[in-house]
Ligand binder design. Structure first.
Ligand code: ZN
Ligand code: ZN
Ligand code: ZN
Length: 242
């Protein structure tokens, strides 16, 4: 029996919608967003957040780095096991290596812990992150996202070369931090992403947002799968989330 390759068109509507949310999630990760799923599905499909430098916008690392005070060696990631457990006796200044609880010179138990560098022997300290641009402040960004997914429309097994997205009045969450991401799967299973704010949607809809079909939840945005029609200007606009 010949193996027939399956595509996203073989997914049920419900599974396809979830599939789109995952594709959007992975895509958002590429732009440095941490992605969270709400417990209940109520118009917001994803919450995303990131920390960035206030000045240049670069991703901010919130965990402190472990750096040698003297030579600058970074122990934060792969070098942890090379940190020397050095203790200094407060009575006689004797230096002890290893997990001793008493000084092997004067028997005092007043020992000072000093995690030390294996390269130069100096003290390692915890340093708060600062950006390459020398800035020391960051901002936290939160965005809420509604995902709508569409496959190419077919009629009687003939491609209509269109996508269709359902938008309803209840989707119009009037918040400047709320965005729509439309995930459009072509016949090669390649995803295309349109990113628009609520205001972008309202502006692009124009008068039809006051139309009866929109009010009655019967509005569908049909647009060309070749050039995305009037929605083309939102293609890959992940910068809008910033
Ligand atoms: Zn910066
Ligand atoms: Zn060092
Ligand atoms: Zn001692």
């Amino acid at each position: 029996m010949k193996n027939i390759e399956k595509t996203a068109t073989d997914l049920s509507a419900k599974h396809f919608s979830r599939y789109g949310e995952f594709l959007v999630s992975f895509e958002l990760s590429k732009y440095g967003w941490n992605v969270y799923n709400p417990v209940y599905d109520e118009y917001i499909d994803l919450i995303v957040h990131k920390h960035v430098c206030m000045k240049c916008g670069k991703t901010w690392i919130l965990t402190p780095a472990l750096i040698c005070k003297n030579c600058g060696k970074d122990f934060s990631k792969t070098q942890k096991h090379n940190i020397i457990a050095k203790k200094i006796c407060l009575e006689c200044k004797n230096i002890i290596i290893g997990n001793k609880i008493k000084c092997n010179n004067c028997n005092s138990d007043k020992l000072l812990n000093q995690p030390s560098c294996d390269k130069c022997g100096c003290e390692i300290e915890m340093i708060e992150h600062s950006c390459d641009c020398q800035n020391r402040t960051y901002i936290t960004k939160f965005r809420s996202i509604q995902v709508k997914s569409s496959r190419i429309e077919y009629k009687d097994s003939i491609s209509k070369h269109t996508y269709a997205v359902d938008m309803k009045p209840r989707d119009l969450i009037r918040d400047e931090y709320h965005f729509y991401i439309w995930c459009l799967l072509d016949d090669e299973d390649k995803a295309h992403f349109l990113i628009l704010s609520v205001q972008d949607f309202i502006d692009t809809m124009g008068e039809s947002i006051k139309g009866i079909s929109f009010f009655k939840d019967q509005d569908r945005q049909h647009f060309s799968s070749r050039d995305f029609g009037k929605w083309a200007k939102f293609l890959n606009r992940f910068d809008k989330l910033e």
